[in-house]
Design a protein around this ligand. Structure first.
Ligand SMILES: [Zn+2]
Length: 118
């Protein structure tokens, strides 16, 4: 397991950013494939849109319009996927061709420490 990077980013669209800026926290959203609320984070910069998994093929929004930083301790996605018993086909749909080793998640609210601009 890699050491958790000092800075992890949560990317979101204009709609998501408004609530985060207002409340100062990132709330997990129900994930349709996982069946639980999840907040996603990565150590990758915006040049890695596809590898992060934030292509907007299903939504009209630019899901990388804003990014927020957190210093909270998060769970490395490959470990979270195992403890959530995510079925292999679901993992394949989420991960294939991307860089899931650069993903972290939280199932609870996360405090932001900065960011908000694109
Ligand atoms: Zn939106």
């Amino acid at each position: 397991m890699p050491e958790t990077p000092r800075m992890l980013w949560h990317y979101t669209c204009d709609h998501g950013a408004a609530g985060i800026q207002r409340e100062g926290i990132i709330r997990p959203n129900l994930h349709p494939l996982l069946g639980v609320p999840v907040a996603w984070f990565t150590d990758l910069d915006p040049a890695h849109r596809f590898e992060i998994g934030l292509t907007s093929d299903r939504l009209a929004c630019d899901r990388m319009a804003h990014r927020f930083a957190t210093a909270d301790r998060l769970v490395w996605w490959p470990l979270a996927a195992r403890s959530l018993r995510v079925p292999a086909p679901v993992r394949a749909e989420l991960e294939t061709g991307r860089l899931p080793a650069h993903w972290w998640v939280s199932l609870t609210e996360v405090a932001i420490t900065g960011g908000g601009d694109g």
